[in-house]
Design a protein around this ligand. Structure first.
Ligand SMILES: CC(=O)N[C@H]1[C@@H](OP(=O)(O)OP(=O)(O)OC[C@H]2O[C@@H](n3ccc(=O)[nH]c3=O)[C@H](O)[C@@H]2O)O[C@H](CO)[C@@H](O)[C@@H]1O
Ligand SMILES: C=C(OP(=O)(O)O)C(=O)O
Length: 423
């Protein structure tokens, strides 16, 4: 199993290109199931999660071609398709559940394996299934699979009030509603930029959608969707992660393609911590204002709040802040697994339920550490870049899910980092 070796060192300077968003692309790809005509995505990220979604769509009968070194994905799904998403693929990635809505909308029935929980939480699918049930689907759980069938063979529009603004449930219902009979309203919908990106793509395919980006989305069902080409939105989580690199190590880094509007709550916390963010022609430039950063309190929330997917990276940064920071994780019930690993590097962190108190220390020390999930992995790499000595991060396969060319991107700004392959 590969690992990443990081040597803590000097300041980072230069530019990092930001890829298209993993979480947008994973929702956009299943949209191909909604049309008989081709859907092409540009600015796609080169990630193992995208390969898993490719495998899943191919297993359902879609043709998926990766072009331009993976940056363009051309998909086509015409004629007869398979409506069963098998456990062997679905278990690899939770976002596989995003084929449920489109399959049901296209065929009137679907069998999709429940993905199961994961390291960061139980992550049930009740909001997705309750929403689809309101649209006339009968859904049974048998042998670990959701068996869904639309009454009369076609979903119908409904007013759906979400108990929580779930990103995945908003995406599933949004896609399902595009081909339903009548009007669907999703209240308390998620407002993430990835939802807006999906709605933009669906509109380009002929869907009638209003209100995306607000907490109430209205979808008027149409008879069919046509082909389209769509550019995947910038990955705000990759952006935020690399914005932290100069905050950890000093120096000045420009994030190509970066946009403040994708990360306003995060940028406010950076400002409070003493990190300067400025807009440039090509993106965002980030530098640490003075010597040591200041402690700040962080609470994760649905967009436009501070993203849970940047909590681990922010915690790693705050380990060496001046003062005590309190981090509250409000989205997932078990998303502090990076804390014990950071403690192995000399951090002082107390975790109580969903709250972590970080007492800043002067410097972290390199250590062998183990990644437990995607964002934990990168938080340990960032910590290692600023620590004294060497850090080896194992279980790098988590990283490959969400960060393309991570070693090359960080080496490009002067980081001492390499991937160690063990056959
Ligand atoms: C591929 C993708 O886009 N993943 C993102 C998506 O995940 P995902 O779409 O899974 O996240 P959700 O917004 O659905 O989940 C948020 C919370 O709601 C709970 N919940 C969700 C659905 C449901 O039916 N029942 C229920 O209880 C979850 O367990 C979790 O505690 O949004 C998360 C929250 O911003 C991000 O961290 C993930 O990176
Ligand atoms: C939690 C994440 O992804 P997923 O929902 O695919 O597990 C993430 O991207 O940080």
């Amino acid at each position: 199993m590969d690992s990443i070796l990081v040597k803590g060192g000097g300041a980072l300077n230069g530019q990092i290109p930001i890829a298209g968003a993993k979480n947008a692309c994973l929702a956009l790809m299943p949209a191909t199931l909604l049309s008989e005509e081709p859907l092409t995505l540009t600015n796609a990220p080169r990630l193992s999660d995208i390969r898993t979604m490719t495998e899943l769509l191919q297993s359902l009968g879609a043709e998926v071609t990766s072009m331009q070194d993976g940056k363009v994905i051309a998909m086509s799904c015409h004629g007869e398709i398979n409506t069963r998403a098998e456990y062997d693929i679905v278990r690899k990635m939770r976002a596989s559940n995003l084929v449920l809505g489109p399959l049901l909308a296209r065929e009137g029935h679907a069998e999709v394996s429940l993905p199961g929980g994961c390291a960061i939480g139980a992550r049930p699918m009740d909001i997705h299934t309750d929403g689809l049930a309101k649209m006339g689907a009968e859904i049974d759980l048998r042998d670990g699979y959701l068996y869904a069938k639309a009454a009369g063979g076609k979903l119908k529009g409904a007013v759906i009030d979400f108990p929580f603004a779930s990103v995945g449930a908003t995406e599933n219902i949004l896609m399902a509603a595009t081909l339903a009979k009548g009007t669907t309203v999703i209240n308390n919908a998620a407002r993430e930029p990835e939802i807006v990106d999906l709605a933009d793509c669906l509109r380009a395919m002929g869907a009638q959608i209003e209100g995306d980006g607000t907490s109430s989305i209205t979808i008027q069902g149409v008879d069919s969707l046509h082909g389209a080409t769509h550019q995947v939105v910038t990955d705000r989580i990759e952006l935020g992660t690399y914005m932290l690199a100069p905050a950890f190590c000093g120096g000045e880094v420009e994030l190509l393609g970066g946009r403040i509007d994708l990360l306003e709550a995060f940028c406010e916390k950076l400002d409070a911590a003493g990190i300067e963010v400025s807009e440039t022609d090509k993106g965002l430039k980030v530098a640490r204002r003075n010597g040591r950063i200041s402690a700040v309190d962080v609470t994760t929330e649905p967009f436009p709040g501070f993203p849970t997917d940047l909590q681990a990276q922010m915690m790693a940064l705050l380990c060496t802040a001046e003062g005590t920071s309190v981090l509250e994780e409000k989205i997932f019930e078990n998303r502090f697994m990076h804390a014990p690993e950071l403690i192995r590097m000399g951090a002082r962190i107390d975790v109580h339920g969903g709250t972590a108190t970080v007492h800043g220390v002067e410097k972290l020390k390199g250590a062998p550490v183990m990644a437990t999930d995607l964002r934990a992995s990168i938080s340990l790499i960032l910590a290692g870049l600023a620590a004294k000595g060497e850090t080896t991060v194992s279980r790098v396969y988590h990283l490959d899910r969400g960060y393309e060319h991570v070693v090359a991107k960080l080496r490009g700004v002067g980081a001492d980092i390499e991937r160690i392959s063990t056959k």
